[in-house]
Design a protein around this ligand. Structure first.
Ligand code: MBD
Ligand code: FE
Length: 308
């Protein structure tokens, strides 16, 4: 049996050199990772007989993916962001860290620095008044014993009726449908907003181009994203995915989980002072204790920040 070119001693030596193993500069961690990426890529090119045309199409694809800022969208669509959650869940289970509201992916559309409010906020700018359905979203943040947590920060964001997010959709006002709400003395947050629609990948974009080749759609169910934090408690990144949505259990980003389905209730009784049909969504969150102060913070993923 002949040794594959990708596995040969000469090629291994070559990738050692390429990865900077022969020098003492640079970053040892990155060297290790790049080395593994090169080995794995070379092996798959050889074993799957990737053609030159396929290879150069892939290079061009990466240029176009970055050009459209869709790398974060592709890793969600390919299930890698969900895989990070599965890894975290498994690590937690190993050390007996259980309980509380399940985590799920952040997605690529968070913007830092949303307006801060005490207890309650209106999240929409009124631009869809008359066409959107008003949504009253509220609940409590609880500690591991089920006691209400006052002073927790509920940082939430969601799409408009077209399934698009402010900042990324420049037709919306700054921070539309994005707020940080600090829970009141009863651990309660209350938001008046509008019922979101599910997100769909740009049909013309590089992520959908890949999904098409996999025979997949690029749709998410209607959902609301949350970062929940409080001193002494473990940061929680999660989402509520809305009951009744066609894509609830057919999410291209695999974010819907047991325990994260929000039962949205539609009413038409004038009880909230809103004429006609409106929606209520009640959802409580339970945090875990923080093992250390690092666990209180969200991960250091680079995030967008709105220009003033
Ligand atoms: C979204 O709104 C989203 O939440 C994810 C995970 C990917 C794309 C759009
Ligand atoms: Fe989203």
């Amino acid at each position: 049996m002949t040794v594959k070119i990708s596995q040969s001693a000469e090629t291994q030596k070559f990738f050692d050199e390429v990865s900077g193993f022969g020098n003492t500069d640079g970053n040892a961690r990155i060297k290790t990772i790049i080395h593994r990426v090169l080995q794995g890529t070379a092996r798959l090119i050889e074993e799957l007989e990737v053609t030159e045309d396929e290879f150069w199409h892939a290079v061009d694809y990466l240029n176009r993916l970055g050009g459209k800022g869709e790398a974060g969208l592709l890793v969600a669509g390919l299930g890698l962001e969900h895989f990070l959650d599965l890894l975290q869940d498994a690590k937690d289970a190993e050390v007996g860290l259980t309980g509380g509201t399940p985590r799920t992916i952040e997605g690529p559309l968070y913007v830092a620095g949303a307006p801060l409010a005490e207890g309650q906020a209106r999240m929409d700018d009124g631009s869809e008044d008359g066409s959107a359905t008003v949504m009253f979203l509220e609940g409590q943040v609880l500690d591991p014993q089920g006691k209400p947590l006052a002073g927790a920060t509920v940082d939430l964001w969601h799409a408009n009726t077209r399934g698009t997010y402010s900042f990324f959709d420049k037709s919306q006002s700054d921070y539309n449908l994005r707020r940080r709400i600090v829970t009141d003395a009863q651990g309660r947050y209350r938001a008046r907003s509008i019922v979101p629609s599910g997100y769909g990948c740009d049909p013309q974009g590089p992520t959908q181009e890949c999904l098409d080749l996999l025979g997949r759609h690029g749709q998410r169910p209607a959902h609301v994203h949350f970062f929940i934090s409080a001193p002494g408690y473990r940061h929680l990144t999660t989402q509520i995915n809305l009951s009744g949505d066609k894509y609830l259990w057919d999410d291209f980003a695999y974010a819907t989980r047991e325990g994260l389905v929000g039962e949205i209730v539609f009413r038409e009784d004038g009880a909230r002072g809103v004429p006609g049909r409106y929606a209520e969504l009640t959802f409580d969150f339970q945090l875990q204790n923080a093992a250390d102060s690092g666990a209180e913070q969200r991960n250091a993923r680079p995030r967008a920040l709105q220009e003033a």
